[in-house]
Design a binder for this molecule. Structure first.
Ligand code: PEP
Ligand code: CO
Length: 457
């Protein structure tokens, strides 16, 4: 690690998309307090995730990263956490069973609060206030009190993350994720063909489990069948908060950001000489880098040198988010150059952020067909470059929302107003997420088949 690095060395660099706190003293006091709070995750867990991502980079597993665009204080409820967890479990089992592939599950959860915005301020009727930047920074209502960045929100975000993680740990390890309970992962409000397909698959899994039982293998004593590994991640945007939660791990003597297992840098803050890259270069956690259409391949190569100087496997995930119209022309060159450079990365596709449009009815939305098109092209590009399409990064929820268009429910622009609840970007609902999982499982199956055929040639 660079000797000049410290958890606060980012402060000497240019930090984009950060709020201006009016009461610096209050902020510093709060950060001081948070720096003494217990870690939310443990360094050893981040190391396990890195090992699993290393398997992904070798084509031996697939990464499923998903959750809200922005978590909120108002929607904080155990049912919402449970339902998002259920959908991720359902998607993972569809992929594991359908494509015989281990799935690395990473939530955008338990800390995904801070948002970069296209404009720092918002003007309505000649009143100009700070834009809403996520519940960890300010409130969504358009009034001065809400919109002024408030340091107390940092503590509330930490507390919400801690109890969300507590519940997720219980769900993952306390019996809920047991494959024998697969029928209980269904969400009652999903009653379409996606649900039917899932029930049929669950019945087949039941048969496999009964067969194993009859052969003398007690599923309840096999950890892989009655527990699951679930990791957390968020965008490392609000660096003061991340700094306060960056600690030396006593086992390895190295720095870890203990706010989440994995952190990623957003498309708008990944400047080589910027504060966010400076912060991320000193921590040992697995790191994601959003790769959008403005990415310069030369700069990306330099960022990889800075963030992963030893080319450690599983350390870097490149989260590509070009949009269905640009991915075909922009991604091949990036994949080819990085591949030729010998850098070990996990390639994933975020088919959400390049496919956001405004509906005729005025809502920010994403057509499912564009999302599918980007993922499909992503798989094809990796096939022709000889690289492995290692995962997807989705904005999704277990709630029955109407935010993205299309899918079996045929959500139209007229339907968006019915249940449009997101605090930031539009999310796939439970049915759309399942639909995507079935499709992904077909893509992945085909990928495995083709790569087997080519290795037999
Ligand atoms: C996000 O993931 O919510 C986000 C803001 O993405 P990006 O940095 O890719 O625009
Ligand atoms: Co988003």
């Amino acid at each position: 690690m660079n000797n000049n690095w410290s958890p606060s060395s980012w402060r000497k660099k240019n930090a984009l998309h950060m709020p201006q706190y009016l009461d610096e003293k209050h902020l510093n006091k709060t950060l001081e307090k948070i720096s003494k709070f217990p870690p939310l995750v443990f360094a050893g867990e981040a190391r396990v995730l890195k090992e699993k991502l290393s398997d992904v980079s070798k084509g031996k597993a697939f990464m499923l990263q998903g959750g809200d665009c922005a978590e909120s204080f108002a929607d904080f409820h155990p049912d919402n956490i449970r339902d998002t967890f259920k959908v991720i479990l359902q998607m993972a089992v569809v992929l594991t069973f359908g494509a015989s592939c281990p799935i690395v599950k990473v939530g955008r959860i338990a800390g995904q609060f801070a948002k970069p915005r296209s404009s720092a301020t918002e003007k309505i009727n000649n009143i100009e206030l700070e834009s809403y930047k996520g519940d960890i920074i300010n409130g969504i209502d358009f009034n001065e009190k809400d919109r002024n960045p408030d340091p107390n929100r940092l503590v509330q975000a930490y507390n919400q993350s801690a109890s969300t993680l507590n519940l997720l740990r219980a769900f993952s390890q306390g019996g809920f994720a047991n494959l024998n309970k697969i029928h209980q992962w269904n969400l009652n409000f999903v009653k379409d063909e996606n649900a039917t397909k899932f029930t049929e698959m669950s019945n087949r899994i039941d048969e496999c489990l009964s067969f194993m039982q009859a052969c003398g293998i007690n599923g309840n004593s096999v950890r892989q069948l009655n527990e699951t590994d679930f990791f957390t991640s968020h965008e490392a945007l609000l660096l003061q908060y991340e700094e306060a939660l960056t600690r030396i791990d006593s086992t390895s003597g190295k720095w870890y950001d203990v706010s989440a297992h994995m952190l990623w840098v957003g498309d708008r803050t990944r400047q080589l000489d910027g504060a966010h890259i400076e912060f991320l270069k000193g921590i040992e956690n697995p790191i994601g880098i959003k790769v959008g259409p403005s990415t310069k391949t030369d700069e990306l190569l330099k960022i990889l040198d800075v963030l992963n100087p030893n080319n450690e496997s599983g350390k870097i995930t490149l989260i590509c988010r070009m949009g269905h119209e640009k991915v075909g022309s922009m991604l091949p060159n990036i994949v080819n150059t990085i591949h030729k450079s010998g850098k070990d990365v996990v390639w994933t596709c975020d088919p959400m952020h390049g496919n956001t449009i405004k509906s005729n009815t005025g809502y920010k939305t994403r057509p499912l067909k564009d999302i599918i098109s980007e993922i499909h092209q992503f798989f094809q590009i990796h096939r022709s470059e000889g690289t492995y399409p290692g995962g997807v990064h989705l904005e999704m929820t277990g709630q029955d929302v109407t935010e993205c268009m299309g899918g079996l429910q045929e959500i139209t622009d007229q339907d968006l107003q019915n249940r449009y609840h997101t605090y930031c970007d539009p999310r796939l609902n439970a049915s759309q997420s399942l639909e995507l999982a079935f499709l992904l499982s077909d893509f992945l199956k085909e990928e495995k088949l083709l790569s087997k055929q080519s290795s037999n040639l």
